[in-house]
Design a protein around this ligand. Structure first.
Ligand code: CP
Ligand code: NVA
Length: 304
């Protein structure tokens, strides 16, 4: 069988995705007990980073260890990659040493390129286009709130049409969650992702009005206005996203039982008001924790 990768959510069939999410909930329950499994005993997983990371690095390192495997993190600029060793040669070399690689990079084509030359599973730890591991945790967090349901859950994304927005769109494609996106013109999500969702019969609404987008939402979520690599655009983006901060007014439009999610790191007073992210509807710490459980389930599925 050819090597399975996790480049985007579409690398898992819908039923496989639910299997992984169910297992994530089970691993969360078993954590710290004598029944917790170690299906990766004797294996090595490499975490290869071309961008900064706190949660992705830590949740993978801890999760890999808890599955009985050895985790080693490479900061790409400190390796021979930083001196120009080709990605393909890196892929071939990783294949000889390790049993899986988590890769955080810039262009999504680099995820595809590493996977093309790797004989071991490549897991996208964030690219400019997608952040699928984060969505596993986000869906796990939603299911904790909805008694396991994803289909039909009304999710509103307010902000940039970035890697997180694109990943939400593919989550809608796979699960039928009902997604609304509010973004300013010029900051739309990736068109092929929208087309994929529409083709699957789970069209995503794209609006310009962030207040309208929040009406009746079960989940309200956002992310930074300037992602890693876009630091120089920060001022221009702050202007373009004026009025897009998730604040009390927007949360009041959502369902009274709505929750707030953010992949973190967050900028209070920019994309989210402190009163929202630190308030009673926020589930961001459960969401961050769920990175650990969801990725353990993913690793067990791909590498175990
Ligand atoms: N949410 C997330 O991926 O966080 P890090 O950038 O800290 O890994
Ligand atoms: N959109 C953000 C997500 C960080 C986890 C970025 O790419 O920087």
């Amino acid at each position: 069988m050819s090597t399975r990768h996790f480049r985007t959510l579409l690398d898992l069939e819908a039923d496989e995705l639910m299997t992984v999410l169910d297992r994530a909930a089970e691993l969360k329950r078993l954590r710290g007990t004598s029944e917790h499994p170690e299906p990766l005993r004797g294996k090595t997983i490499v975490v290869l980073l071309e961008k900064a990371s706190t949660r992705t690095r830590l949740s993978f390192e801890v999760g890999i260890t808890e599955l009985g495997a050895f985790a080693t993190t490479l900061i790409a600029k400190d390796t021979q990659m930083g001196r120009g060793e080709p990605l393909g040669d890196t892929a071939r070399m990783l294949t000889r040493y390790a049993h899986g690689v988590v890769y955080r990079t810039f262009g999504h084509d680099r995820i595809e390129a590493l996977a093309a030359d790797a004989g071991i599973p490549v897991i996208n730890g964030l690219s400019e286009l997608y952040h699928p591991c984060q969505l596993l945790a986000d869906m796990q967090t939603i299911r904790e709130h909805t008694n396991g349901r994803l289909e039909g859950v009304r999710v509103t994304w307010v902000g940039d049409g970035n890697n997180m927005a694109n990943s939400w769109i593919l989550a809608a494609e796979r699960t039928g969650l009902q997604l609304t996106i509010a973004c300013p013109e010029g900051y739309d999500p990736h068109a092929p992702a929208l087309e994929a969702a529409a083709k699957a019969g789970h069209s995503v609404r794209v609006l310009r009005d962030p207040v309208e987008a929040c009406i009746g939402a079960d989940v309200v979520t956002t992310d930074v206005f300037a992602s890693m690599g876009q630091e120089e655009e920060a001022t221009k983006r702050a202007q373009a996203f004026a009025g897009f901060m998730i604040d009390g007014e927007k949360m009041a439009k959502a369902d009274p039982g709505a929750i707030f999610l953010h992949c973190l790191p967050a900028h209070r007073g920019e994309e989210v008001a402190g009163a929202v992210i630190d308030g009673p509807q926020s589930r961001v710490w459960d969401q961050a924790e769920n990175r650990l459980h969801a990725q353990k389930a993913l690793l067990e599925f791909l590498v175990g």
